[in-house]
Design a binder for this molecule. Sequence first.
Ligand code: ZN
Length: 326
Amino acid sequence: MHRTNLPRRFMLLGTLAGAAALASDPAPAAVPRATGQAPGFYRHRVGEIEVTALLDGNLAFPDAALPNLFRGYDPAIGSRLRTEAFDAPGGVPLAVNAFLVNTGTRLILVDAGAAAALGPTLGQIPGNLRAAGVELADIDAIVLTHLHRDHAAGLLTADGAALFPRAELLVAEAEAAYWSDPGEETRAPAPLRPFFAPARAVLAAYGNRVRRIGVETEVAPGIRTMAIPGHTPGHLGVHVASGNAQFLIWGDVVHAQSLQFARPDWSISFDSDPDLAARTRSRIFDMAATDRIVIAGSHLAFPAIGHVARRSEGYGFVPAMWRSPL
Ligand SMILES: [Zn+2]
């Protein structure tokens, strides 16, 4: 008995002695747990042009809302895709991102986040811009992919004034015209009507700094807007080209990364034209996969830069690996 019990008793004594030694350590290496993440900016080079992804924050589409949020949503397929994507229980995660394009002579921001319009988990663009070494007054131009609040509310201060003191605001003519038209507001489906007043507030705040552009416009050498229709009447992407490198900031082609790559036919209910949005999504996926274009998405997981790959079931997203040096 003694022989078999002794080693265990020694181990127990040893454990207790160790615990006592730790408890009496005069200088424990206690570090308070962090309460926030590292700053949300990430740089990517496109030839001679620098693009910086900027995180505004994170949201989730709640489970219970999915059947109404996505047209054609099938709970069995959705549940399987979410399991395969290792989504946390409770909802489908999405990020809200903006992108800064530095040509070397001009700083062009693409979208500006949600500020406080969609809750406390967003509104980090100004802080992340500063963390990246850029002041609000440094921005020369802002291109809006569209006028929804998660892209445009961040253009305003809490009082509704223009947050960016110098920037010209480039908005597609079709986009500005649609959200400015009271007739369209009356005709719009009820869930879309609350989007109109905030869009008009942004256009009013920037006043004569708003430049209405065609959906295919050269913003600066190598930087062109590109029609990506369906989500909103003037929804556009920003195509960046330098040397042999190509990069497409595609705005809201994808809202739910874990669902819509596999099921490009599942359009979100906020789309102005869900059928057109679904056709556009398939076309852009096909183009990005075929031409191996690096893409960046407003709602992909930060830093939201990577490739589209063909899969046996639709498409998949292959995030770019963190790269240092640039
Ligand atoms: Zn969006």
